[in-house]
Design a protein around this ligand. Sequence first.
Ligand SMILES: Nc1ncnc2c1ncn2[C@@H]1O[C@H](COP(=O)(O)OP(=O)(O)O)[C@@H](O)[C@H]1O
Ligand SMILES: [Mg+2]
Length: 197
Amino acid sequence: MSQPSPLDRHSVRQHVRHLRRALTSEQQEQAADRLAEHAVNFAPLASAEHVALFLSVDGELNTRPLIARLWQQKKQLYLPVLHPFASGHLLFLRFTPDTPLALNKLRIPEPPLDIRQMITLDRLDVMMVPLVAFDATGQRLGMGGGFYDRTLQNWRQHGFLPVGLAHDCQQVDRLPAAEWDVPLPAVLTPSRLWQWE
Ligand SMILES: Nc1ncnc2c1ncn2[C@@H]1O[C@H](COP(=O)(O)OP(=O)(O)O)[C@@H](O)[C@H]1O
Ligand SMILES: [Mg+2]
């Protein structure tokens, strides 16, 4: 596979992040509610017991309405935490309504690193994955840290289903893919479910 030029990736990131941040608060609210409504009917999520999610930043689709519904359904939820010494890697920690959150060095709220609250990837059923852009083949572009490419490297062996979460405006025709990019098998947007396998 030829290496995509970094400029392509950079300009797609800038363009889509701009679109996302331009959504009004009313559009954001409606998008998050619609997504939560149909996400809970998505079979793999409906039957899941252990679900990893993320807290939204930078105009990302707000995951809070979905989180509230999943808690109501008594599902066990987990959030990513920056690995304390394996740079670029994530750990997943239990998230309950009582979990205190603190900003990490990327200014994203995360639970305290208490090893007793950690889940291994083998025990997860579904992982909701943030993204900046996705294309019609399931290729994913993130914020540029490669965190989820590392986390998703062996997702089939771990046995959980990665599901991208995005606004409809985050879809692009074709993304440049690097050899380390892990494509998604599913993406949920407020208007539809995309599935590739
Ligand atoms: N599995 C991996 N192992 C080691 N480094 C990786 C891996 N996946 C991604 N990276 C590194 O992370 C960096 C960012 O990846 P990129 O795909 O551009 O970010 P994102 O997926 O967040 O858009 C790249 O420079 C790449 O070298
Ligand atoms: Mg990538």
